[in-house]
Design a protein around this ligand. Structure first.
Ligand code: ADP
Ligand code: ADP
Length: 229
């Protein structure tokens, strides 16, 4: 699903390495936390996965494609196979819950008649079917985060990336968000959660890849026994 081989990234020639000799592999269906302090290199790693930037050296493979060899017109196709949950959710305030989720499919030119049943299905999955006609600012924090998850899932991605999804929410909601992402993972979708929240991560028993100063300093596998409890 994701493969980094000896990846380094230098933004300015001769400058500090934002990432240095990164090696890791994420299998299909895995749930992975990418943990690190500010400046550790998390955003750079995400930008490489999204093909927003290229490695200075080494090889990044995402969904079977070497991102450096990807032709420009194929980049949108790669990104369409991913669903992204942003820190502040980025819901569109002038659109209802239904429209926010449907919009993610409109922009991919999905035929209109396929959109409605899919959006209805996804809203049920996150228990928001009763909120379809509501606007984001009338929703609770928990409901807003479920809209963000629904929108990331609606086009049936193979990989869901959550970028600091708990940055602006209270601890209870943070737990709820992680549980929701674990559910997504159980659907067979690969989930990568980028976060600096050390304590939150350790309440779950998933794989944790820790970045520090541009290097992977630990890669602790999931504990399936503890996770099942
Ligand atoms: P976040 O960690 O919230 O994703 P950013 O990726 O924007 O935030 O920034 C992380 C760090 O990278 C910050 O220390 C910021 O100053 C630095 N940074 C971001 N963009 C640039 C840039 N264009 N040039 C130099 N430093 C940058
Ligand atoms: P994190 O997301 O973990 O906070 P980043 O990947 O944003 O870390 O940053 C890693 C390092 O790369 C930092 O030293 C940051 O200042 C630097 N950096 C990030 N973006 C840029 C950029 N666009 N230009 C120059 N330096 C950058």
């Amino acid at each position: 699903m994701i493969d980094f081989e000896h990846v380094s990234k230098e933004y300015k020639k001769g400058g500090r390495l934002a990432l240095e000799d990164i090696n890791f592999h994420v299998d299909e269906g895995e749930f992975v936390f990418l943990l690190g302090h500010s400046g550790a290199g998390k955003s750079t790693l995400l930008k490489l996965i999204l093909r927003e930037t290229l490695p200075t050296s080494g090889k990044v493979t995402v969904l079977g494609k070497d991102v450096a060899k990807l032709r420009r017109h194929k980049i949108p196709y790669l990104r369409r196979q991913m669903g992204i949950i942003f820190q502040d959710f980025r819901l569109i305030p002038s659109m209802t819950v239904y429209e926010n989720v449907a919009f993610a499919m409109h922009v991919l030119n999905v035929p209109r008649k396929e959109i409605r049943p899919r959006v209805e299905y996804i809203l049920e999955l996150v228990h928001l079917e009763d909120k379809a006609k509501c606007y984001p600012d009338t929703l609770s924090g928990g409901e807003q985060q479920r809209v963000a998850v629904a929108r990331a899932l609606v086009h049936n991605p193979k990989l869901v990336i959550a970028d600091e999804p708990t940055g602006n929410i209270d601890p209870e909601l943070s737990l709820e968000m992680m549980q929701l992402l674990e559910r997504v993972s159980k659907m067979g979708i690969t989930v990568l959660v980028v976060t600096h929240e050390h304590e939150l991560v350790h309440r779950f028993h998933q794989r944790v890849v820790t970045l520090s100063h541009g290097r992977i300093v630990s890669d602790v596998p999931a504990d399936p026994v503890a996770a099942a409890e």
